[in-house]
Design a protein. Structure first.
Length: 219
């Protein structure tokens, strides 16, 4: 089974977690695009969605799904999104699509995070995938120096400006054995908008696409 087929498989499976009559939190990325396509088949059974990126908003609207501003919605039953890495505790690295800040906002609104991914994203320890950190431009080098002090090697993501007008530093070489502690540490640095560790807003369920079908992990 190809990676695209695995993504379509988990995208369809995630629809089962959508609460009828609710507003759904929708993430960003190629796997989420498969979920959005599947969601359009039941759009008459939901009120709409809150989206974590401009690209997802455009796709939802093109398929006739109403998109609410996050400020219009008090809470969400579920947030469905992918991950660049996920460990066996449901902690994730996200931000490969540069939408990490908005993803974290929508995740914080939700009662449950449902992660959809293929089996290559499941790891024992986070850090093989470079950790994205969104920073305001003025703080780029200050934050980069602090990341080097942690043992990482930050690299500016060339030609990328986030939907919030900021920059992304991708940090390689980290061994994130305590995701919650590292998330709390980096988040408090001046100039950091957010870090792509999702430990506070970790997944409660992961729908993992495998050659044998969808494997459900609960945390």
């Amino acid at each position: 089974m190809t990676q695209d087929e695995l993504k379509a498989l988990v995208g369809r499976a995630a629809v089962d977690y959508v609460v009828p009559g609710s507003v759904v939190g929708v993430g960003t990325g190629s796997t989420v695009n498969c979920f959005i396509d599947a969601l359009s088949q039941i759009k008459d059974r939901i009120r709409g969605a809150v989206s974590s990126s401009v690209k997802s908003t455009e796709r939802l609207q093109a398929l006739g799904i109403r998109v609410f501003d996050a400020n219009e919605v008090e809470s969400l039953p579920v947030y469905i999104d992918g991950a660049d890495e996920i460990d066996h505790g449901g902690n994730m690295i996200k931000g490969g699509g540069a939408a990490l800040t908005r993803e974290k906002i929508v995740a914080d609104m939700a009662e449950r995070f449902i992660c959809i991914a293929d089996e290559s994203k499941l790891v024992d320890v986070l850090g093989r995938f470079p950790l994205p950190v969104e920073v305001i431009p003025m703080a780029r080098e200050l934050v980069a120096r602090r990341l080097r002090a942690l043992g990482g090697e930050p690299k500016l993501r060339a030609g990328v400006t986030t939907d919030n007008g900021n920059l992304i530093l991708d940090v390689s070489g980290l061994h994130i054995s305590n995701p919650a502690a590292m998330e709390a540490e980096i988040t408090q640095w001046p100039g950091v908008v957010t870090v792509g560790i999702f430990a506070r807003n970790r997944a409660r369920v992961c729908l993992l696409g495998t050659a044998q079908g969808v494997r459900t992990l609960e945390f």
